[in-house]
Design a protein. Structure first.
Length: 506
């Protein structure tokens, strides 16, 4: 565990979910408010490159592991619970239930004075058994924490609008890509969206609530809109022509989640729990949070302003966290093995090297800028087809893009990869998150050889699972010369085109 900041005896906040969308934004807000911060993370290395990493403590652990939660709770004043299974497998509700119980029990044992939980806004008058599994589980987690014996604040929000949020990305891509839309009936459901900055303000302010407060609070923006209203108003703010929206009542939640997955970067596995939650009206029934966290002038932020702020951050490449910051259901998380006989199996490799007529710095800029709008420098159709095939089997596909057009950090999602390691100026290692019968990595190096010449080195690695994995590797091997060979060749050319330099004579 690293030091928990240097704010002396300031209150210590424990943040779970710091690698996720809200948690990654909450940490710097808590630090700015004068609190010390400790993060509980399954993969602490994914927090290494965040701007605030040196100011917060980090402990390795998981909310389903009682021992690691107990260790993380030592000396904590306020504990933030910002994790959800989000439909990961058929037992996700039991996983959420068990994690919430462990968190509440360990918080009580450690003498934590407050738990703060961000849950979902549930519809009025709808029996819990009729809610989507996603909303039902979030409501249950809230009840468990409220009954933990530790004073708890449960904040309940509907659609969160902010750069990089899953709700904003769904809205953005649906509206921008489809001038005429055939949509599910839930586009007429009334919703009370809330700006991410108001969510963060409520989370930070909740740390100072009186000890006798143990309840839920609805948080929302100043307007109640239908999803159709939001799409039309998004188009106006973004300067797009008016959209024609045609609802079709026969689209089930399952079908509409695949429709969202087809049109937007959000995969069906993430879209389904969200679209299922839109079947019912989700509108705030009170605004009691203002008693403890007063609204400053101009707050809560209206929908149009929230969209305007989000679009500005997207256009200025200032998106600090994205919906894909957290690992997706079913995505592999094993680190690159250092032993070729790791786990008793094979580790297949495809290695390429090329001299580059450019500076090492120019080569690194090309490497770090790979993916997203810049593509993968070889056989675009093959990459596109691989992305479509991945989405057809429930994977993330190739359309998650990049958080930042020029800079990467550990933990960033990058199309159907995730940044596992980055050594600026030298190494970029990506771990595959597409559906595969095994584990895969792609490494790219910018190096200088003994004669002072710039060299590009590339390794694709695959650890097969079973006979299917073996068959997969040998089935795609004939295409490696085109895909990986072309990538190495074109990356070298792109670097030379950006900044050609004369090579040292041998």
């Amino acid at each position: 565990m690293t030091a928990d900041g240097d704010n002396g005896r300031a209150p210590l906040a424990l943040v779970t979910g710091a690698t996720g969308y809200i948690g990654g934004r909450l940490v710097p807000e808590l630090l700015a408010a004068g609190l010390r911060v400790r993060c509980l993370a399954r993969s602490p290395e994914r927090l290494r490159d965040h701007p605030w990493a040196g100011e917060a403590g980090i402990v390795r652990g998981d909310v389903t592991d009682a021992a690691s939660v107990a260790e993380a709770m030592r000396g904590v004043d306020v504990a933030y619970y910002l994790v959800h299974a989000l439909g990961r497998g058929k037992d996700f509700e039991e996983t959420d239930r068990r994690a919430a119980r462990i968190f509440g029990e360990r918080a009580r044992s450690a003498g934590v004075r407050r738990i703060v939980y961000l849950g979902g806004l549930t519809p009025a008058g709808v029996p819990e058994r009729e809610l989507s599994p996603h909303l039902r589980s979030r409501a249950e987690v809230g009840r468990i924490l409220l009954g933990s014996g530790v004073p708890t604040t449960v904040l309940r929000a509907a659609v969160v609008i902010g750069s990089g949020s899953v709700s904003f990305e769904m809205l953005r891509y649906l509206t921008e890509r489809l001038p005429v839309m055939v949509t599910p009936s839930w586009v007429h459901t009334r919703i009370q969206p809330v700006a991410v900055r108001d969510v963060l303000r409520a989370l930070v302010g909740s740390a100072g609530m009186p000890a006798d407060v143990n309840r839920s609070f609805d948080i929302g923006g100043p307007e109640v809109l239908t999803y159709r209203d939001m799409m039309i108003r998004y188009a106006t703010v973004a300067g797009l022509p008016r959209r024609l929206i045609l609802p079709v009542p026969v689209l089930t939640p399952g079908l509409s989640s695949h429709w969202v997955g087809l049109v937007t970067p959000v995969p069906a596995s993430i879209a389904r729990p969200l679209t299922e939650s839109l079947r019912h009206e989700v509108v705030c029934r009170e605004h009691d949070i203002a008693r403890y966290v007063p609204d400053p002038p101009g707050h809560p932020v209206g929908f149009d302003e929230a969209v305007r702020l989000a679009l500005r951050r997207v256009r200025d490449a200032q998106v600090t966290t994205r919906w894909s910051s957290a690992s997706l259901p079913g995505a592999p998380s094993d680190p690159l093995p250092t032993d070729p006989d790791w786990a008793g199996g094979s580790l297949y490799t495809d290695c390429r090297e090329r001299s580059v007529d450019a500076s090492r710095e120019a080569l690194w800029r090309v490497i770090e800028g790979i993916g997203g709008d810049n593509g993968w420098y070889s056989f675009p159709l093959a990459w596109a087809v691989r992305g479509w095939l991945d989405r057809l089997v429930g994977g993330v596909g190739l359309r998650r893009g990049r958080r930042d057009a020029a800079r990467l950090r550990v933990g960033d999602s990058l199309d159907f990869w995730r940044v596992e390691e980055i050594e600026p100026g030298r190494l970029l290692r990506l771990r595959a998150e597409m559906r595969l019968p095994g584990l895969a990595w792609l490494e790219m190096y910018a190096e200088t050889d003994g004669a002072g010449r710039t060299r590009y080195r590339q390794r694709a690695l695959f650890h097969p699972h079973g006979l299917l994995g073996q068959a997969y590797w040998w089935g795609v091997s004939p295409f490696h010369a085109v895909v990986f060979g072309g990538m190495a060749r074109n990356i070298a050319r792109a670097a030379a085109a950006e900044e050609p330099v004369p090579q040292t004579a041998v």
